[in-house]
Design a protein around this ligand. Structure first.
Ligand SMILES: *Cc1c(COP(=O)(O)O)cnc(C)c1O
Length: 402
């Protein structure tokens, strides 16, 4: 295995993101394959006992066991790090494995976390249910309110944890303000960047410390595999995250890493086109339903902030109807092209009712606190012709009398 010509990292770092997306992190075997090789192997063999001893002692580079290193996984990690503008990256089996790893690797009993109250259901569950079991307390706040971040800081606050845009309320966090505030207080920011991805938003440029991903979403982009990733400084990844990951084993499988590597080649194109399509669909919906939440609509309360920190609005929007669950389910049941599905980031348009699916598990009280009503629907706009998606939504709205 060797790096392809020009794959010296000091050179690949100079490449523009579109180039990094198709070439960054590529290693080639002696076969000279053009597409990245898939190494479905758990272990490795060695010419001599001294070689393996040197590798375990950290005196020689090389693979020893796929919970520790795998060439296909390493290619994906290097590519994501390049695209994110991060020094280092490690991947995990799912987005939730990434979130859990990013938090537990650095938190201990007695620490405190400030988190956005609107979040993916399982992310909120970590803060409300998992961390307290290990003596880590949390405060959840309205993350759009800059003053709330400052007010929630305690002497033992170690981490700020949030998504922007948030799932599914589409609220944004002011990255520059919150990351600077954290720095002033020695707090580590852990940002779930699943909705925008590095194609549309690079939080490190606003002072973020750790970026955590569900790569299942826009990074794979075709609804095939679960994957997660955590990016940060070399010091954080090697000295804080790796000891946890190597010994607890939330690793990404090589096959899934290979699928996501292929997904990254088209990430920028898909993210931009799906954002364009979503804006068209959001503008149509605004003429037909009481409320549409999409960062690049002028009606979004944080439109100016969206323009500042995002390149485009991304594929996902939420809408609110006047009625309750029956009306929201009625709209879903009337769809002909758009699928009823709780996944996002896919090239297909997918719609779901968060209160009865992704956010069912957090309970009615937490949903109310997050601002997720029975009248809310979330739509992932895919790569279909947006006119077909609009026509489908139009006929479904008519079918329920709207
Ligand atoms: C889907 C999602 C996750 C969880 O990712 P999985 O890959 O499903 O484990 C975490 N955060 C956000 C914002 C998500 O949308």
């Amino acid at each position: 295995m060797k790096r392809t010509t020009g794959q010296d990292r000091s050179i690949t770092r100079q490449w523009r993101p579109a180039t990094q997306a198709v070439r960054g992190g590529t290693w080639r075997s002696e076969m000279g394959e053009t597409s990245e090789a898939l190494f479905l192997t758990s272990g490795y063999t060695y010419d001599t006992a001294e070689t393996v001893a040197a590798r375990f002692a950290g005196e020689e580079d090389g693979m020893t066991y796929s919970r520790l290193q795998n060439p296909t996984v390493a290619m994906l990690e290097e590519r994501i790090a390049l695209l994110e503008g991060a020094e280092a990256c490690r991947t995990q089996a799912s987005g939730m494995a990434a979130m859990t790893t990013a938090l537990l690797c650095q938190l201990s009993a007695g620490d405190h976390v400030v988190a956005a109250k609107a979040a993916f259901g399982s992310c909120r569950w970590l803060v409300d249910n998992l961390l307290p079991r290990f003596g880590i307390t949390g405060t959840t706040i309205d993350a759009a309110d800059n003053a709330a971040w400052e007010a929630a800081i305690q002497p033992n606050t170690k981490v700020f944890f949030f998504e922007t845009p948030a799932n599914p309320t589409m609220g944004l966090v002011d990255l520059e303000f919150v990351c600077n505030l954290a720095k002033k207080h020695g707090i580590v920011t852990v940002i779930d960047n699943a909705f925008a991805t590095c194609a549309l938003q690079r939080p490190l440029e606003f002072g973020a410390d750790v970026i955590a991903y569900s790569a299942t979403k826009l990074m794979d982009g075709q609804g095939r595999v679960l994957a997660g990733a955590v990016c940060g400084s070399t010091d954080f990844i090697d000295n804080v995250l790796l000891p946890f990951q190597r010994n607890t084993g939330p690793n990404l499988a090589p096959f899934n890493a290979w699928v996501v590597l292929k997904g990254l080649e088209t990430l920028d194109m898909r993210a931009m086109r799906q954002g364009e399509n979503a804006l068209k669909v959001a503008s149509f919906l605004e003429t037909r339903v009481p409320r549409v939440l999409y960062p690049f609509l002028e009606s979004h309360p944080q439109y100016e902030l969206a323009k500042k920190q995002m390149k485009a609005g991304g594929p996902i929007l939420s809408l609110e109807l006047d009625g309750g669950r029956a009306e929201a389910h009625g709209l879903l049941n009337a769809l002909a092209l758009v699928d009823i599905s709780n996944n996002i980031g896919d090239s297909r348009s997918l719609m779901c009712h968060p209160a009865s699916t992704t956010h069912h598990g957090v309970g009615a009280e937490t949903r109310a606190d997050m601002g997720i009503g029975e009248n809310m629907l979330r739509l992932n706009v895919g790569l279909e012709d947006p006119e077909d998606v609009i026509e489908d939504l139009d006929q479904a709205l008519r079918a329920i009398g709207l």
